[in-house]
Design a protein around this ligand. Structure first.
Ligand code: FAD
Ligand code: DLZ
Length: 532
């Protein structure tokens, strides 16, 4: 009879994980904290701390259920500090004859595990059942479609799950209520405050450990307030459904200078770590609509993000990798602007998005897409540089979800799989959807001149530069018409304005120069200060 070791990864913290359900009598489970996973990109310290403390809490809950767990802590002297090597070391310790693991969240690990399937200590990969769809389901759906569009995938998902369905028909008679979901924020709005999660001894130890080992990474540990157990994640879910979901839809696209979360759920990290299941989150939102506690535009919009987008990006990732990662349709080659690692820029919207990222290891979708993402798209930042940044700085970042969003949705580098047109926008859009511009040194109404918002000239330069690829896109005909009607002089002036701005960006010191003192200013202070 086989004597397996079950490896539970940092984003597999679900008691109903299939490898745990199949655990034989006396079977051993291992969880491994390893430095390599904290460093393969320089993850935000809050992200590392979240993974490590959530892993430690999960290991405790397995032990309380009588499961034998070998937990490799980061500072164990024998720790090999590499995920696969460490699991193999533990397997030998317990005389196991195979290692079982549920499909990891990143291709690089999946590939390395596959390569060891025939080894003397073989790895056995088990399909992850914690999503609505498997990669095979997605491949079946996408087969024969020229363009696997989200909207059609999402409708199939609604029919398959019955979520927001009235018999054969979508609830409310429409699949999509997006047109009701584009309001900017009114002036006197107040937002729900996220629940505060007390730091217990486990979290306090981890925060100290992370400050010690990863304190040189971009990001502050100070405001760490992530749910680190299932119980805390459920508190956040209930809080969101009650206080934020009703307004989620209306203000889904809005951006605030002061408020990082608005009416978003901030549930992505808990979902991605496995503390919450996507089904329970969608059902909780659906229940609020049935009880009359949240309007359909909000509930449908929210469910679409999880049942639609989240599953769709995962399907794309697993069916298109590894080629997907090499996509660079717009031949973008610029390095990442240095201020992405410091927030040191006079563009108010970018400064605030990066400061919020530094402080919270989080920014909401529109900040990621229309502020930092849009800017990188317009400047022509190389996909690899931008993807590494997003993967590093957000607590919810795992490559299966980060890569299609960054390379595909933001940079249009997949040639239009994720979106039929690039999400490029000028300063006008940011002005309409946010309250940043009134506090900025630049004017969103000016295209050239010393006070002109750089987004404007960059936007027109981007359209000019990619006219061969984009001008025939039916969704971009109108904007290319406007460009064509501009005088040559105006176009020359805009082009020069954009080029001068980009030359300034390239001349700025590269990442690493002079950012250390800023990181220390935002470091984690000893546990007693944060203890609650
Ligand atoms: P809400 O707005 O409350 O949305 C609810 C849930 O829907 C989220 O928790 C998330 O699970 C899901 N969701 C929403 N939009 C998307 C999307 N586009 N793709 C997949 N799931 C979605 N999300 C991640 O979970 N991890 C990432 O690494 C990540 N990287 C991103 C990078 C870029 C450049 C962009 C534009 C988006 C990225 N997203 C990522 C998607 C989205 O921005 C985050 O899921 C969202 O901001 C998380 O905040 P929230 O939980 O408050 O989301
Ligand atoms: C992000 C992360 C970090 C920082 N540390 C660990 C770790 O020590 N052990 C672990 O199992 N996972 C960690 N992770 C998540 C991994 O990088 C990776 O994304 C998932 O394990 C893939 O399923």
């Amino acid at each position: 009879m086989s004597h397996p070791l079950v490896l539970v990864l940092g984003d597999q913290l679900s008691l109903d994980l299939p490898s745990l359900a199949e655990l034989p009598e006396g079977g051993v489970v291992t969880m491994c904290e390893v430095a390599a996973e904290g460093r393969y990109v320089a993850h935000h310290p809050q992200k590392i701390a979240l993974f490590l403390t959530a892993m430690r809490h999960f290991a405790e809950s397995l032990k309380q259920r009588g499961i034998r767990v070998h937990y490799s802590a980061l500072d164990d002297p024998d720790n090999t500090q590499d995920l696969l090597d460490e699991a193999e070391r533990v397997a030998r310790l317990y005389h196991c004859d195979e290692i079982r693991v549920v499909r990891p969240g990143e291709w690089r690990l999946w590939e390395a595990m596959q390569a060891r399937r025939q080894a003397s200590l073989p790895w056995r990969l088990i399909e992850d059942n914690r999503f609505f769809t498997t990669p095979a389901d997605f491949a079946d759906w996408a087969r024969g479609r020229k363009q696997p569009r989200l909207e059609y995938f999402y409708r199939e998902q609604r029919k398959r799950t019955g979520l927001l369905m009235e018999g054969e028909h979508p609830a409310g008679g429409r699949w999509n209520f997006d047109r009701d979901n584009r309001e900017p924020l009114p002036k006197d709005v107040t937002f729900p405050t996220l629940p505060r999660h007390a730091h217990d001894a486990i979290t306090r130890d981890v925060l100290t450990l992370v400050a010690e080992h990863f304190g040189d990474h971009f990001g502050s540990l100070e405001g760490f307030n992530w749910p680190v157990t299932r119980r805390q994640a459920l508190v956040d879910l209930r809080h969101f459904i009650r206080h934020s979901l009703p307004d989620f839809g209306r203000f889904q696209d809005a951006i605030s200078d002061a408020e990082p979360v608005l009416y978003h759920s901030r549930l992505s990290a808990a979902l991605n770590l496995g503390l919450l299941s996507p089904r329970e989150v969608c059902e909780a939102a659906e229940g609020a609509w049935y009880r009359g506690e949240a309007p359909l535009n909000s509930v449908e919009g929210f469910i679409r993000q999880i049942l639609g987008w989240r599953e769709y990006v995962r399907g794309l990732y697993w069916t298109r990798m590894p080629d997907y990662k090499r996509g660079n349709r717009l031949a973008a080659e610029r390095g990442l602007p240095a201020f992405f690692w410091s927030g040191d820029t006079e563009l108010r919207c970018l400064r605030r998005a990066i400061e919020m990222t530094r402080d919270n290891a989080h920014a909401h979708h529109i900040q990621r897409l229309m502020v930092t993402g849009n800017f990188a798209l317009l400047c022509g930042v190389a996909p690899e540089a931008l993807c590494d940044w997003y993967l590093a700085v957000y607590a919810d970042a795992s490559e299966w979800v980060e890569l299609p969003n960054t390379l595909g949705m933001v940079l249009h580098a997949d040639g239009g799989l994720m979106g039929s047109k690039p999400y490029s926008a000028s300063g006008k859009y940011i002005d309409r959807m946010s309250d940043h511009c009134g506090r900025c040194r630049y004017d969103p109404k000016q295209v050239t001149g010393a006070r002109a918002c750089p987004f404007n000239s960059l936007y027109w330069r981007f359209l000019e530069r990619h006219a061969d690829t984009l001008s025939s896109n039916p969704r971009m005909k109108l904007i290319y018409g406007s460009l064509a009607r501009m005088s040559d002089d105006k176009r020359d002036a805009m082009r020069q304005q954009a080029e001068a701005f980009l030359a300034g960006l390239d001349a700025a010191p590269a990442y690493g120069q002079g950012h250390q003192h800023r990181l220390h200013r935002h470091g984690y202070h000893p546990p007693e200060e944060n203890a609650q």
